[in-house]
Design a protein around this ligand. Sequence first.
Ligand SMILES: Cc1ncc(COP(=O)(O)O)c(C=O)c1O
Length: 455
Amino acid sequence: MDLHLHIDHSAGAVTVQLTSALRDSIRSGALRAGTSLPPSRQLAQDLGLSRGVIVEAYSQLAAEGFVIARPGARTMVSACATAAEVSPVDGPVQPGAVAVRYQLRPGTPDLSLFPRSSWMSALRHVMTSIPHDALGYPDPAGVPQLRDELAAYLNRVRAARADAQHMVVVNGVALALSLVTRALASQGRDLIAIEDPSGLGQRELLAASGARLVPIPVDDEGISVAALSLSGAHAVLLTPAHQFPTGVVLSPARRTALAAWAAETGGHIIEDDYDAEFRFDREPVGTLQGLLPSHVTLTGSVSKSLAPGLRLGWMVSPPPLAAEVARLRQLLDLGSPVLEQHALARFLGDGGYDRHLRRARKVYRRRRDALANALAIHLPQAKVRGISAGLHLLAELPAGTDDEAIAAKALKLGVTTSPLCPMQTHQGVPGLVLGFAVEPEHRLGEAVRLIATVV
Ligand SMILES: Cc1ncc(COP(=O)(O)O)c(C=O)c1O
């Protein structure tokens, strides 16, 4: 098989060149789903590279979900990778969409709930009260008023131990991940463990920021710390409050084990607290950062609580890393727009954010209940997981079900969903990740009925 891969031997970084050439061929469809890649020894010979380079490129692509590594068999292009484009954070976007009638794809809150009038009052307050000087270049780490408000909020609501001094305001969790990955990589800590399954877009973002990825299985208690310990990873990206996409909450035993892992290995934990504001049937689980502040970077954003288009988020790191992150932020783009930062500070400070969350939580709880009921009625064969928090749940389907085919057929009926398959690096349980934030209760029943017709 001629793969038409062009490697410039004089340009260095051949592993990166090979990985990206293969990734591009898979994305463009030149390498189709199901195609077996040549054995590493043969490709090494064809390209005049060492076998280790090929093995590393294959394992990176497996971690990113582009290929499936099969013990004793040839590495194969994954069905998931070619069928899907990748969105910045939360996985595949199904292409060629017919008119969307029911939006059950996870990732966004109900944007019609955005508190327009209170946001406008906050902005008006900012415009009439900030001095001219505040419109100059800001502190790249964020305006101090916002960092103070966010630290107080995270400590009160998320049981964090955030210090405004060590916080950087970012354009969403996405920027936090790319900054912390670059900061860790600059210290030679570039082997980052990720949850398996996890968001495909996040994996691509980490890889693009210089990380080598190692997938670690997630079970009913969260990530396997035993497997993490064996992986030799320098850091791990976790969604402990509500694992994306399974919805599992990290168990107390695993938290303790993670603390031991961090203490023994000096490993760093990147805690993505992306939807923790929404919890329905249980007490909120505090952040890992509150437990282990010197080993954790905590990050979150208003993308689920207000709107992703605001591009406002935060990250808190232990002091030496926080300084490096702030330095990188300055080098990257000199910081975030100030008016929105001041508006969010005002919104947090005058209680508007808490009021909005209380209101939104009630709406989402009703939608969550309606989706769970509809699944029990129309799709009783599905095992529903992860419903106690967040804005999505996982409907596991019987073994052997082709979740991608189902998602594609549901899309033809106008229902968007996210199949689980592209989020796993090994062929695991099939399922649909379903968001319940956008559709009102009375529409969720019909949406699930349509999905059931194609299962
Ligand atoms: C797992 C996960 N983390 C973080 C985010 C939010 O990213 P951002 O804050 O950059 O909008 C999302 C959004 O869908 C997500 O699914």
